[in-house]
Design a protein. Structure first.
Length: 511
């Protein structure tokens, strides 16, 4: 009972953030990183959402050996069977089934009476138990549900075989005292509560996801559902790094342990940010660039005299400063393959390895010290190039000079046919984007453009994220290169490629 289970839902709820969708390979890379971090449960996706989602959950289930792999399913036979199929090859698989329990969701969304919801929940748990003993039940919108009904449904699903009961604050409406009260009452009032682990899943609409989760832990919850960087629907989920580091730093308050290897936190944060294109704000707790930077003279003086004057955690304990040079231009194929393997990246053929190695050599010619972050960006870039099926960047030339209007010339291959365009713009990136759009005519709106350096120094690769919208659909694009104008063009083309692809995915909570 002094163990807090960390359930990561970056690959499922995190992926529900507009624009954060991940490919199968990207999900496997993040899952391997979470496994290395010793996350207890990895929620890999919602298998019935689309054939691609099913394959991604199956691939994660095959790749991960040390963490439980979980698939989400609504309380419906087809969803549960699809999740069961996807998890068949997992070393340890969990089916997570859910149905809404709040009056507003039952009446307006499900159009069901509470007794029908209870009956459906029990049937769903029975069905999931045909596939695995490890079944989790969530009462969606529990944060706005009536406590008496929550107690009734919880007792019924535990009796049906659910081993974990998850209480989500789906819309981020609760405040810590109130949420703790719900958890405490459930544990006290449900007669068979001792047969299950109570879990919480909080959204951050009022910025209280972590506070609510931790209040629930103090009230008896022993599993927290969270995501790297707090990624997730709308304002996101509780952030894994904040939960884990609070419980560890304030052992005196929580008297609990997690199994997490905290030195993997910063690398995991970077990987998720790099893959999804969601930058981490500099002042974000634990993983923001300024989280351990002491700017003011008074603080610096104090930290130099005695670190604990201003630091409650050590930067190295969460994986900062581990950014060491790993490879250089003289490194051979074996060293490259070994390091990639350690980063959880495997190559399906010699040809794929050779391609990646050639890209690594090209980068090492431009940039002498290659860090893990560079290697991760190299793989992301290659994966993106593979999904950039319709549009490819063939050539880009930009001119910017004092006193002159910047201009760009671009050649794109669209469905294999080359097109050229030139445009002027407010700056070289603006000119390049205008030239690209003049060929593709997508009519998208650019919502966000951001550049981050992957490592330090002016020879660092720039990592660019763009977010574009078209007809209510929002997608992100990323690109990395030592030349930030080229990185920007790659990111823009990546986003436009996604816009050009139809999206056929179902959202778990929209039924
Ligand atoms: O927020 C929520 O209620 C969910 C459930 C599906 C667990 O994500
Ligand atoms: Zn959620």
């Amino acid at each position: 009972m002094n163990q807090l289970i960390i359930f990561d839902t970056t690959l499922r709820d995190g992926e529900q953030s507009p624009g954060a969708s991940m490919t199968k390979d990207e999900k496997v890379r993040i899952a391997k990183m979470l496994e290395r971090m010793r996350v207890d449960v990895i929620e890999a996706g919602f298998p019935i959402a689309s054939p691609g989602d099913f394959e991604a959950v199956r691939a994660v289930a095959r790749a991960v050996k040390d963490s439980i792999v979980c698939g989400l399913a609504r309380a419906a036979d087809a969803d549960i069977d699809r999740a069961g199929e996807a998890l068949k090859e997992a070393a340890a698989g969990r089916i997570h089934t859910f149905i809404a329990t709040s009056p507003i969701h039952m009446k307006m969304k499900l159009r069901m009476e509470p007794d029908q919801v209870l009956e459906r929940a029990v049937e769903a748990v029975h069905r999931a138990r045909r596939w695995t003993d490890d079944v989790e039940f969530s009462a969606e919108d529990a944060g706005r549900s009536e406590l008496d009904f929550l107690c009734r449904i919880t007792e019924a699903v535990i009796a049906a075989g659910a081993r974990t009961i998850n209480i989500p604050d789906t819309v981020g409406y609760n405040v810590p005292d109130q949420f703790a009260h719900t958890i405490r009452n459930l544990i006290e009032r449900v007669p068979n509560a001792d047969k299950a682990i109570f879990s919480v899943h909080c959204h951050n609409d009022l910025g209280l996801a972590v506070a609510n989760s931790l209040a629930a832990v103090l009230a008896g919850a022993r599993q927290v559902e969270c995501t790297i960087n707090g990624l997730g629907e709308r304002a996101g989920n509780a952030s894994l790094e904040e939960i884990v580091m609070t419980v560890r730093t304030r052992r005196d308050v929580f008297q609990l342990e997690t199994g997490i290897d905290t030195t993997q936190i910063v690398p995991a944060s970077r990987l998720v940010s790099n893959i999804t294109g969601f930058p981490v704000q500099p002042n974000k707790a634990i993983v923001g660039a300024n989280a351990f930077a002491h700017e003011s003279g008074i603080h610096q003086d104090g930290v130099l005299k005695h670190r604990e004057t201003y630091e409650i955690m050590r930067a190295e304990d969460v994986g900062w400063n581990t950014n060491r040079m790993v490879l250089g231009k003289h490194s051979g194929r074996n060293a490259f393959r070994t390091r990639m393997d350690e980063l959880g990246v495997s190559f399906s053929s010699e040809e794929e390895l050779n391609d990646a190695f050639a890209r690594f050599k090209a980068l090492a010619d431009k940039k002498h010290e290659i860090y893990d972050e560079d290697l991760q960006a190299l793989v992301t870039d290659a994966n993106l190039a593979a999904v950039n099926e319709r549009v490819k960047l063939r050539y880009l030339r930009v001119c910017s000079e004092t006193g002159e209007t910047p201009n760009a010339q671009v050649t794109l291959a669209l469905d294999g046919v080359e097109h050229n365009a030139a445009a002027q713009g407010g700056g070289p990136v603006d000119a390049a984007f205008k030239a690209i759009e003049s060929i593709l005519q997508t009519g998208t709106d650019l919502l966000l453009y951001s550049v981050n350096n992957i490592t330090s120094g002016t020879d660092s690769q720039g990592e660019v994220t763009v977010r574009v919208a078209k007809g209510g659909r929002i997608v992100n694009g990323q690109g990395a290169d030592t030349d930030i104008v080229i990185a920007s063009a790659k990111a823009y083309i990546n986003a436009l490629n996604k816009v050009l692809q139809p999206s056929e995915r179902e959202h778990p909570q929209l039924l």
